[in-house]
Write a protein that binds this ligand. Structure first.
Ligand SMILES: [Zn+2]
Length: 414
């Protein structure tokens, strides 16, 4: 293990308590997006522990082994503007925030982890000045070329102070799929609070632990996702920062997410939605570590079902390929033992991944046009949250006798 790109913390990311209980231990994996070239396959990839902890004090669920973010995000290949689903999501996002909260037009909107500027484009269209911040160099460059002013780097107190000196305060700061990715949540929140006006809003979206738990989305557990947020621990966290969690909305993105709205002042008026989420979490016993310890039994059941099926297919001398190579496939493949004895290859529609090999297990990734050439008997859908559209778009495969396997949330063969 290379110690320079990996560290372990011993206190809770939200409340600092060291009263952490280990609740789930998944197989160690390389970074989930670390696809390699043929030449790089010779060298064994670094693997990092993937262990989930529960904070007995504030009930926050989190990873404590932190892989150096520059290892994970500097060459990030994900570009939000390439997915029409997300473009539409961000369009509605901007519209809803403006309609519900009308942030001060004389100030500006800042997006942390702005990627290619997809969200900010919509705020800009509505007349707002916008600033993006993103650690990925190539993507930041592209955003600037597209007219979205973007600073390349990690958002922290130092950067917030520089931005404040130059551009004064923001009326709105957004952060989507960032609040789960950041180790220093306290630092980033201090920086947000410093930069916002007192009336200003911080809005972020993250995957919701209730969905992870209820739908057994354990494959969303990978090193980029350090936190598995529920609403209850966040209330106290923001309260301690002199801020108020005023509203929570349920979103369908990433298998189930929440949008949290935080006002940069204490004792602000709180909407009923917050209480509803707290009650839901209570009803699921999210305040007990045992709830998450039992979660591992559910994963074991899914694993056994799938492995029994795959063994049978292999005994019949049939071939299996994977469909989709999202980051979460890495956790799924390691946890369920889907190595190159099981999967001959993976197809993925992203040209950025085609021609490369899957992290650690080195399974080749091809374009989906290879399905017709290589004719696997079964396609195991690794990007199973897109199963419906994958099956719809690949009717030819079914017509020629091929079968799809959907591994989660419920094992299905189609
Ligand atoms: Zn805690």
């Amino acid at each position: 293990m290379n110690l320079k790109d990996y560290k372990t913390r011993f206190n809770c990311r939200l409340c600092n308590s060291s009263n952490l209980i280990s609740v789930l231990k998944l197989e160690s994996t390389p970074p989930a997006n670390a696809f390699v070239t043929k030449e790089e396959c010779i060298k064994e990839q670094e693997k990092y522990p993937l262990k989930l902890f529960f904070c007995n004090n504030c009930n926050h669920v989190q990873l404590t082994d932190v892989v150096d973010p520059s290892e994970l995000f500097s060459n990030y290949v994900y570009v939000s503007g390439t997915s029409p689903v997300f473009v539409n999501h961000f369009k509605n996002y901007a519209k809803t925030i403006i309609k519900d909260y009308s942030p001060d037009l004389n100030k500006y909107v800042l997006d942390i982890g702005s990627n290619d500027g997809t969200l900010l484009k919509f705020f800009k269209k509505m007349g707002y000045k916008v600033i993006g911040v993103d650690p990925a160099e190539e993507i930041s460059k592209k955003a600037n070329e597209d007219g979205i002013f973007t600073l390349n780097g990690f958002f922290d107190l130092e950067m917030a102070e520089k931005i404040k000196d130059k551009y004064s305060n923001a009326s709105l700061i957004t952060a989507n799929n960032v609040f789960a990715h950041c180790d220093d949540l306290s630092g980033i929140t201090d920086a947000v609070s410093k930069l916002l006006t007192p009336e200003g809003l911080f809005v972020f979206e993250v995957s919701y632990l209730v969905d992870v738990y209820q739908k057994t989305l354990f494959d969303t557990i990978y090193h980029e996702h350090l936190s598995y947020h529920s609403v209850t621990p966040l209330i106290k966290f923001f309260e301690n920062k002199g801020m108020t969690l005023i509203d929570v909305l349920k979103m369908n993105t990433h298998g189930g997410s929440i949008r949290c709205v935080i006002k940069n002042t204490s004792n602000a008026e709180v909407k009923k939605s917050v209480e509803n989420f707290v009650n839901l979490e209570k009803s699921l016993a999210f305040h007990e570590s045992n709830t998450f310890i039992k979660f591992s039994n559910k994963i074991e059941e899914r694993k056994k079902e799938l492995c029994d099926l795959l063994k049978k297919i292999k005994a019949d001398k049939k071939s299996i390929a994977g469909f989709g190579a999202p980051a979460k496939a890495t956790t799924l493949m390691y946890e369920f033992g889907l190595n190159n004895d099981i999967l001959d290859f993976i197809v993925d529609d992203s040209p950025l991944k085609q021609g490369l090999f899957s992290p650690g297990l080195n399974i080749p990734v091809f374009s989906s046009s290879q399905i017709e050439t290589l004719k696997p008997d079964y396609l195991l859908i690794l990007a199973w949250n897109f199963a419906d559209s994958i099956i719809k778009n690949n009717q030819k495969f079914i017509e020629s006798g091929g079968k799809f396997i959907i591994p989660l949330p419920k094992l299905e063969v189609i």
